[in-house]
Design a protein around this ligand. Structure first.
Ligand SMILES: *[C@@H]1O[C@H](CO)[C@@H](O)[C@H](O)[C@H]1NC(C)=O
Length: 538
């Protein structure tokens, strides 16, 4: 028993350590890069720890103990420095080897030592049991061991409490939830809120004006942006303060605290608004009475714009912290009674479908659905399967349209478009880049517009009221027709025999696998969009 209990304790603490470690790395590396080589490193640590020489028991125990206590800090600092290598593969591996490997290696060595001592007779166990019973003057050997362990215990305790005593050593992690805005010393960055939530750490931050910056000189990083971040992914952002300007030079929108907020920093959300440009002349959609559904809220840019057009969408968002952030810092209006679902969209859509199936006359049907679930370099595969689209179709107007956001990324984009075509029938694809031909390999956002109706999907041209007094909307929507991408550019020449391979289904959904390399690329792009201190403060 005396051996089993510490062993269970040790195994438990090693799993807990791995969990704490992953959690510490997630905001800096994101899910996919963190996990890609995590298991091989854990295995290497376990196997080498098992095969290597058995280290001295007490000193190893103390080493593992203090290493575990320090782990959130060492993980943070190792990730901060390795992430500056700008490589989403080497960086996490180096961090695993520096921080996690020693913990696992020595933890497993310690377990081996316990087992060996058990198998090799009761010698050490007897010793361990008898230590407290014996007077210090017994054998010379145990006496020296005890003194040895005390010599280690003192530095171990000192190391463990150092980060608390010396704030300079502690990672600049903020309390979660953050109770008051935090301004980073020596860097023009303010964190407005930071919450540990269901999709990772959710942060709202702002870039401030650097003290030494002269107007007219190039900006060191985008100034006056307010961003919403979940783990290592930007969910959205707006220009605020001095950069919140309108087309008419009239007063800008305000957030819940009265700060002026302007255009989105990304144009893809504006592209989603083009769902309103669907030609409804021969569709059963009544202008002014459209019923809309938003799946994946982000900073609420599209939802807020629909509201300004008099369409009050139903919102589905898995993360309550993301919803709170949009309401508080990005000007999202109250969704209204029965129009907010903070849960997995699969559940919302399934329950709504059930309601429609039970009482077809009463169930709600949507004319417009905006689906944007991009986070952490990828999308949740279960919101892209045939089964999900079937449920969604059942709660849509037969003439309705769904706008699905993704980006130009070979296999996943091909699978998503093939599945949408299979489920809906008609799709057209548009992009938000200034010019796709200039940078065909860059990060190009796309929106797939699809409809279950058999009639062709056409769009009217945008008029002044569609722009909502915004330069960006004018830029993106006034040349909407030229933003079309021919589907063959995404799924290549369709080989009819091969189509089934690209259809995403619940049982055989390869989307996550296909998205891995894209997630590594996405991490690198994110590091270029904002400088390191933005990513390191949360
Ligand atoms: C969101 O805001 C509500 C109301 O202010 C609060 O009760 C809730 O805890 C917040 N949720 C998160 C995840 O921050």
């Amino acid at each position: 028993m005396l051996l089993i209990i510490p062993m269970i304790f040790l195994i438990g603490s090693l799993s807990l350590t791995t969990w704490v470690y992953q959690r510490a790395l997630d905001p800096l590396y994101g899910g996919v890069p963190t996990h890609l080589y995590l298991n091989p490193v854990i295995w290497a640590g376990s196997i080498l720890g098992g095969l290597g020489p058995a280290p001295p028991g007490w000193s190893t125990l103390l080493f593992v103990g203090s290493w575990v206590v320090l782990l959130p800090n060492t993980a943070y600092w190792a990730a901060v420095y390795t992430s500056r290598l700008d490589d989403a593969t080497i960086g996490p591996i180096a961090t695993h080897v520096l921080v996690l490997f020693p913990t696992i290696y020595f933890g497993v060595s310690l377990m081996k030592r316990m087992v060996l001592s058990f198998v090799g007779g009761a010698a050490i166990a007897t010793w361990a049991v008898s230590v407290p019973l014996r007077s210090p003057s017994n054998t010379a050997e145990s006496d020296s061991r005890i003194r040895f362990s005390w010599r280690l215990l003192v530095p171990a305790i000192v190391i463990s409490v150092l980060p608390t005593v010396l704030p300079a050593l502690a990672p600049p992690l903020l309390p979660h939830p953050l109770l008051a805005p935090y301004t980073r010393p020596n860097f023009p960055l303010r964190i407005l809120s930071s919450t540990q939530s269901v999709t990772g750490i959710v942060v709202v931050g702002e870039s401030l004006l650097p003290e030494d910056w002269q107007p007219g000189t190039p900006e060191p990083h985008p100034l006056y942006i307010r961003y919403l971040r979940a783990s290592h992914s930007l969910l959205g952002g707006v220009w605020y303060g001095r950069k919140a300007v309108t087309k008419s030079k009239g007063p800008p929108s305000l957030d819940s605290t009265g700060t002026p907020i302007g255009d989105s920093i990304y144009s893809v959300f504006v592209l989603q608004e083009a769902i309103r440009l669907v030609d409804t002349t021969d569709r059963a959609i009544k202008n002014g009475e459209e019923n809309a559904l938003i799946i994946g809220l982000g900073a609420g840019i599209a939802a807020t714009a629909l509201n300004k057009h008099g369409i009050h969408p139903t919102i589905v968002e898995i993360d309550p912290a993301v919803y709170n952030a949009s309401r508080q810092y990005f000007g999202l209006p109250e969704p209204g009674p029965g129009k907010l679902f903070l849960e997995d969209a699969r559940k919302t859509v399934r329950l709504k479908r059930r309601a429609v199936d039970e009482e077809p006359s009463k169930g709600e049907r949507y004319d417009y659905v905006i689906h944007d679930c991009f986070s952490g370099g990828g999308v949740p595969a279960h919101l892209f399967s045939v089964e999900f689209w079937d449920d969604l179709k059942a709660i849509m107007n037969v003439d309705g349209v769904v706008a699905v956001a993704y980006y130009l990324n070979s296999n996943p984009a091909k699978a998503i478009l093939s599945t949408l075509k299979y489920s809906f029938g008609r799709c057209r694809v548009f992009h938000d880049a200034p010019d796709v031909r200039e940078d065909p390999h860059g990060f190009i956002n796309m929106v797939f517009f699809c409809s279950p109706a058999a009639k062709p999907l056409t769009f009217r041209s945008a008029q002044s009221p569609d722009f909502l007094d915004s330069h960006q909307r004018e830029q993106v929507l006034s040349n909407f027709a030229q933003r079309e991408i021919h589907p063959s550019l995404i799924h290549g020449e369709t080989d009819e025999r091969n189509v089934e391979k690209w259809i995403l289904r619940d049982g055989s959904n390869k989307l996550n696998e296909w998205q891995q390399s894209g997630a590594l690329e996405h991490w690198k792009i994110m590091r270029k969009v904002l400088p390191a201190p933005f990513w390191e403060t949360y």
